[in-house]
Ligand binder design. Structure first.
Ligand code: ATP
Length: 364
C-alpha cells in the first residue's frame, strides 16, 4: 500500500480543461471516493493516477515517488473498470491469471497458487473452470477484481465497478469491496455516481465539480458540515432543500432569517459574516423536517407524496413557489391538496451566503 498525492494537476483536452488544478493527498491504506456530477472529471482524474492519461500540468506521486512520466505498469496500480473487460474465450482461472502473466515472470505453480488464493477470497473457487458467459454480472465483476488482486498492487483503482449490476447485487458487492479493503489494507480510489456507495465505503470523499475539488472530508463531515451549497446539495440521498431568505437579526449566537411567507427562524450561525438585510440561503435536509413541533412552521397544501415503503417523502410549495420536501417514517397520512405542516429546527438548518458559501458549521 502507498500514499497517493496529486500536486497542481491539470488536464486539457483540445481546448477544454477537464481538470483545473487539483491538489489532493490520499493516505496509505485509505479508501478514497471521487463523486460529482457527470462530466466533472472523476474518471479523468482516476485515469491520471493510473497513467492512462498524461497530465497537462502538475505531478502525480505514488508512495512518495514521482510517477508523472511513468507507464501504468510501472506505477504499482491495478484498475477495475465498469465493463469487466474479461476475455470471453478464457476460463475464470485464466482471466485472473492474465493479471500476472502480463507482468512478472512466475512459474505455473506460483501463478496457480495466487489465482486460487484470490478465488478463495472472492468466493470464486467453484467457478474457476467456467467461461465469462456462464457467470452472472456480479460473478464477472468479482473475476475482474480477482485479476486486480493477484497483482498485489500498491493502489487499487475502481471506475464505477458496480454500475452494471442490479440493486441487490450492488449491495452485495459493496459489502465485499468494503471487506476486501479491510483485509488487504490497500489504498483504494473509487469513482461512483452512487451516493450510498460513496457514503458507506469511503474514509474520505472528494467532491468534484467542473474539474475542481469542492470539498474533501469524511462522509459525516461532508453531510454535517458542507462547505457550500454545491456540496450540501450533492451529498445526502434526498437532496437538501434550499430557500431564499433575508437576514432580519444578527447576534453573537445566531442569525434570524425571514423565510418566504414571512416566517422567522433563528439559525445558530458559527460565522456572523452576515448583515441585517442580506440575502441568504437556508438549507434543510428532508430527514430533519419535523411534523409535530419546531422553531418555524411552513404551511402549504401537499403537492406530491412519494411512498418509499419504509417511509414517505412529502412535498409542499413554499410561498415563493419553491418546492420543498420532508422525509417521514411510515405511510403518509395526508393526501394531495390537504394542508401540510413542516416544522424546521434552527439547530439542524444550514445557512449560506449569496455566493453559496456556508455560514454555519463550516467544514475544512
Ligand atoms: P461521468 O460521471 O459521466 O463518467 P466524469 O466525471 O467521469 O463523468 P470525465 O469522463 O472525467 O467525467 O470527463 C471530464 C470532461 O472531460 C468531460 O467534459 C469529457 O467530455 C471530457 N473528456 C474526457 N475524456 C476526453 C477525451 N479523451 N477527449 C476529449 N474530452 C474528454
Amino acid at each position: 500500500m502507498a500514499a497517493v498525492e496529486l500536486k497542481g494537476v491539470r488536464k486539457r483536452f483540445d481546448r477544454q480543461e477537464a481538470i483545473r488544478g487539483v491538489d489532493l493527498s490520499i493516505a496509505s491504506g485509505e479508501f478514497c471516493v471521487f463523486v460529482g456530477p457527470s462530466g466533472c472529471g472523476k474518471s479523468t482524474l482516476l485515469r491520471i493516477v493510473a497513467g492512462l492519461e498524461d497530465v497537462s500540468d502538475g505531478q502525480v506521486l505514488i508512495g512518495g515517488v514521482d510517477v508523472t512520466d511513468k507507464a501504468p505498469r510501472e506505477r504499482g496500480i491495478a484498475m477495475v473498470f465498469q465493463s469487466y473487460a474479461l476475455y470471453p474465450h478464457m476460463t475464470v482461472h485464466d482471466n485472473i491469471a492474465f493479471g500476472l502473466e502480463t507482468g512478472r515472470k512466475l512459474s505455473r505453480d506460483e501463478i496457480d497458487r495466487k489465482v486460487r488464493d484470490a478465488a478463495e477470497t472472492l468466493a470464486l473457487t467453484p467457478l474457476l473452470d467456467r467461461l465469462p458467459r456462464q457467470l452472472s454480472g456480479g460473478q464477472r465483476q468479482r473475476v475482474a477484481i480477482g485479476r486486480a488482486i493477484v497483482r498485489q498492487p500498491e493502489v487499487f483503482l475502481f471506475d464505477e465497478p458496480l454500475s452494471n449490476l442490479d440493486a441487490t447485487l450492488r449491495v452485495q458487492m459493496r459489502i465485499e469491496i468494503a471487506k476486501l479493503h479491510r483485509e488487504m489494507q490497500t489504498t483504494m480510489i473509487y469513482v461512483t455516481h452512487d451516493q450510498v456507495e460513496a457514503m458507506t465505503l469511503a474514509d474520505k470523499i472528494v467532491v468534484l465539480n467542473a474539474g475542481r475539488i469542492e470539498q474533501v472530508g469524511s462522509p459525516v463531515e461532508l453531510y454535517e458540515r458542507p462547505r457550500n451549497t454545491f456540496v450540501a446539495g450533492f451529498i445526502g440521498s434526498s437532496r437538501m432543500n434550499f430557500l431564499d431568505c433575508r437576514a432580519a437579526e444578527v447576534s453573537a449566537d445566531g442569525v434570524t432569517v425571514v423565510l418566504p411567507g414571512d416566517v422567522t427562524l433563528k439559525v445558530p450561525a458559527a460565522r456572523a459574516e452576515v448583515a441585517v438585510g442580506d440575502e441568504v440561503t437556508l438549507g434543510f435536509r428532508p430527514e430533519h423536517v419535523e411534523l409535530e413541533a419546531g422553531d418555524a412552521l411552513l404551511e402549504a397544501p401537499v403537492e406530491v407524496i412519494e411512498e418509499l415503503g419504509d417511509g414517505h417523502l412529502m412535498y409542499l410549495r413554499a410561498a415563493d413557489g419553491t418546492l420543498v420536501n420532508g422525509r417521514f417514517a411510515g405511510a403518509a397520512r395526508l393526501h394531495h391538496g390537504e394542508m401540510g405542516r413542516f416544522f424546521l429546527v434552527g439547530e439542524r438548518c444550514h445557512l449560506f451566503d449569496k455566493e453559496g458559501r456556508a455560514l454555519t458549521r463550516v467544514g475544512s
